[in-house]
Design a binder for this molecule. Sequence first.
Ligand SMILES: [Zn+2]
Length: 119
Amino acid sequence: MTPAQLERFQAKLLKERADAEGRFAEFDDVMAEVRAARSGASADDEHDPEGPTMTQEWSQRSAVLADARTELADIDHALARIEDGSYGVCRNCGKRITVARLDARPTAELCIDCARLAR
Ligand SMILES: [Zn+2]
């Protein structure tokens, strides 16, 4: 991998990191609203018709948060690998991961062959 390619992937990862962090911030706002609505509802009426909707909203948002958290961790790993020079090298077999694969999935740590075997 050339320094220019590495730089391109680093920029791409940093942008994805910013996007994932944006989803975190958005999540915090929504959760604060849901919590406020929930405590208000339970104080007024236990059988509030908004109840199930809130729960659904909550679990959907939790799933989004879990995804964003995994994504952030993957991105941080990839950025660390760029720093230590192991980026683009398969963690399993040590072969180069193709640029086409990294373009599609910049956080990939396995080459396409190992990724298939891991499944
Ligand atoms: Zn491999």
